[in-house]
Design a protein around this ligand. Structure first.
Ligand SMILES: Cc1ncc(COP(=O)(O)O)c(C=O)c1O
Length: 389
């Protein structure tokens, strides 16, 4: 079956964050919203059908977590990555950001240092800050159009209060898929210093055909035993509103400590999240493959268009997912002027670069998880706005 990702679906007034918060965030509804990281594609019918089928039973009472929750996930990561996590160490978390917050509370103490690699998804540093921990920055470097880790700077950062490293694997906003060599070097450093690695792999299943995602915990026994991995079908199958994510903690002591945290606050999933996750992981691969192909073409369209037609603007080609990191720094605009140019002239609602931490200045993040004509129109609007300067 060939799926059609060109369909435009009106999401306004559906309680949709991306569309219905435009006035609050951009001060106007007159922008095409290409910010929040969900996709404008319809959630695939095999997931909607599974939810409908569950609704055939007219009682939506307290529910037990089905065994298929863990087994369908395990089969999926085994089929895609050759990773075989122990099923008894797979848990549920109500979203990965919540999972990161719970991991910070479980495994670190106030005042401890947590390393993050900016520019990066803002909760990676907001969550440590909000929990009274200290953020240690290990900025990424852009080398030949992609991000690379700076291990020399990383080594120089570490002291006896450094407890945790939050890894974005693949990276948001760069779409970088980390190589085995990079991950191995990282794991050597973190293991040597007893720094627990939290690997957020929410974008893993959208890795493009030319790259290969490596689950951090699949690197080696030592990496597995010093890590917490979070994964989710939410981004890939466009179901983040169902709040359904996985934790994998191979070390039994760490697993029990995290389990205690989640049990103490009675974390549990909802009926539809379990149903949707199982449908995604058992029926979703063909849809996923076609969707990834589509978003890769969208991203390529952005990179080529910027290079060929928008002077002073360039785009980093992602290797995974639907987020494109745009570089406007050659325009030498103060950030507020750049923001206004995009809202007022280009009529686009993007994510503002500085919200991703150091290295975000002069950048914006564009979400291309939408029909291609929307992407092309957005590029034409950026071109027109930039040429008006
Ligand atoms: C790297 C990363 N982690 C986590 C999330 C959000 O995850 P959740 O909705 O499960 O909290 C996002 C969403 O953009 C993300 O990009």
């Amino acid at each position: 079956m060939t799926y059609n990702f060109d369909i435009i679906t009106d999401r306004t007034h559906s309680g949709c964050y991306k569309y219905d918060l435009r006035q609050a965030v951009f001060g106007t509804t007159d922008v095409t919203p290409m910010w929040v990281a969900d996709m404008d594609f319809q959630t695939p019918s095999f997931i909607l059908d599974a939810i409908r089928e569950r609704c055939e039973h007219p009682v939506l009472g307290y529910t037990v977590r089905p065994s298929a929750f863990a087994s369908s996930f395990r089969n999926w990561v085994n089929d895609h990555y050759g990773w075989k996590p122990d099923q008894t160490r797979i848990g549920f978390v109500p979203g990965i950001v919540a999972g990161i917050g719970l991991a910070i509370q479980t495994f670190t103490s106030p005042g401890d240092k947590i390393i993050v690699q900016p520019p990066v998804y803002p909760p990676f540093f907001n969550s440590p800050n909000n929990n009274g921990r200290r953020v240690a920055w290990n900025p990424l470097r852009e080398v030949n159009g992609r991000f690379e880790m700076d291990f020399e700077q990383l080594n120089s950062l570490i002291d006896n209060r450094t407890r945790m490293f939050i890894l974005c694997n693949p990276h948001n906003p760069g779409g970088t898929v980390w190589s085995r060599e990079t991950l191995l070097t990282l794991s050597e450093i973190c293991n040597k210093h007893g720094i627990l690695v939290i690997s957020d792999e929410i974008h893993a299943d959208m890795t493009y055909a030319g790259s290969r995602h490596i689950p951090y915990a699949s690197l080696s026994e030592a990496a597995a035993m010093n890590s917490v991995t979070f994964m989710s079908p939410s981004k890939t199958f466009n179901i983040p509103g169902l709040i359904c994510s996985y934790s994998v903690i191979p070390d039994p002591v760490l697993f029990d400590r995290f389990q205690a945290t989640t049990q103490n606050i009675d974390v549990s999933g909802n009926i539809f999240a379990y149903v949707a996750a199982e449908a995604a992981y058992t029926q979703g691969d063909e849809w996923r493959r076609q969707m990834v192909d589509y978003i890769e073409n969208n991203a390529r369209t952005v990179v080529d268009y910027c290079r060929d037609s928008i002077p002073g603007v360039s785009a980093m080609m992602p290797e995974s997912s639907f987020l494109v990191w745009l570089d406007f720094s050659e325009l030498k605009l103060p950030n507020e002027a750049l923001r206004r140019l995009l809202i007022d002239k280009a009529k686009l609602g993007l994510n503002d670069g500085p919200t991703f931490g150091p290295g975000g200045e002069g950048h914006q993040r564009l979400n291309v998880g939408c029909p291609r004509p929307v992407v092309v129109k957005a590029l034409e609007q950026i071109e027109k706005a930039v040429r008006s300067l």
